[in-house]
Design a protein around this ligand. Structure first.
Ligand SMILES: [Zn+2]
Length: 252
């Protein structure tokens, strides 16, 4: 049996005109709320839809309800051996531009100011900053290794893929994930060398590993430990639930 009131999360929506309910396997029961709403309305809505909600009790029960993910106050870019502090400064921005803006201050400080309650917008700005840091540091890093190894490539693109650290096309275009900045430097080097070796062998054949071994003495260690690397990436980077807010059960 489903407890009542059932567990749910609240999702703010600027577009929603009225309260809505949504049930999915991944997120469980969600209440979509417009900008202005009263908590008592939620209780009434849940009660009026009780039969429907209880029909989906199993889904709600098994759902992986996301916990609220906090935005970082500190960002450790292990690859660059840099730690950045982040400050969130609520203020009113004039005009109809972006809800928040990002400012870089001396000594590795980032200020995000504006409507900082809009966590999605804050997260987006931080990811853009991360991508710009990757452009600035990963590309010259790749160039240095390319010169040292005499393995040339045609172009490099910085992206934020979910599952890949890097890739290399048959046209020798290398894709690098900006999340590489979170990895310890030796892992970054190994990934860059790995992609450079793909400019010669477009597979993971014995020749490919032999070539990599010429440049990276610890290639076997890295080959066996690639899967664990995602633990270096902080939760706020991958979160697409950053606005999800847990409502205390007490209010209904
Ligand atoms: Zn590969």
């Amino acid at each position: 049996m489903l407890q009542w009131p059932p567990p749910f999360t609240i999702k703010q929506s600027a577009r929603a005109k009225h309260l809505q309910l949504q049930i999915s396997e991944r997120k469980g029961l969600e209440v979509i709320v417009p900008r202005r709403y009263r908590h008592t309305d939620i209780e009434a809505l849940l009660n009026s839809k009780r039969t429907w909600i209880e029909k989906h009790a199993a889904i709600i029960h098994d759902a992986n309800v996301p916990v609220e993910i906090a935005l970082p106050k500190e960002i450790s870019l292990r690859g660059l051996e840099e730690v950045w502090q982040v400050r969130y400064e609520p203020c009113v921005l004039r005009g109809r531009g972006k809800p928040v803006k990002l400012l870089l201050r001396p000594q590795q400080q980032i200020s995000i100011y504006g409507y900082v309650d809009n966590k999605d917008a804050c997260q987006k700005l931080l990811l853009q900053w991360l991508a710009s840091m990757a452009e600035r540091y990963l590309i010259p890093w790749l160039d240095r290794l390319s010169e040292q190894t005499e393995l040339g490539y045609k172009d490099v693109i910085i992206r934020g893929q979910r599952t890949r650290w890097g890739s290399c096309s048959s046209e020798k275009v290398i894709n690098l994930n900006y999340k590489l900045l979170f990895l310890p430097p030796e892992h970054v080097v190994n990934t860059l060398l790995h992609e450079l070796c793909h400019t010669v062998y477009m597979n993971h054949s014995a020749q490919f590993w032999q070539l990599l071994a010429r440049f990276d003495a610890n290639w076997q260690y890295f080959r066996n430990n690639r899967k664990d690397l995602s633990t270096y990436v902080p939760a706020w980077v991958e979160a697409d639930e950053i606005t999800a807010e847990h409502l205390p059960q007490a209010i209904i």
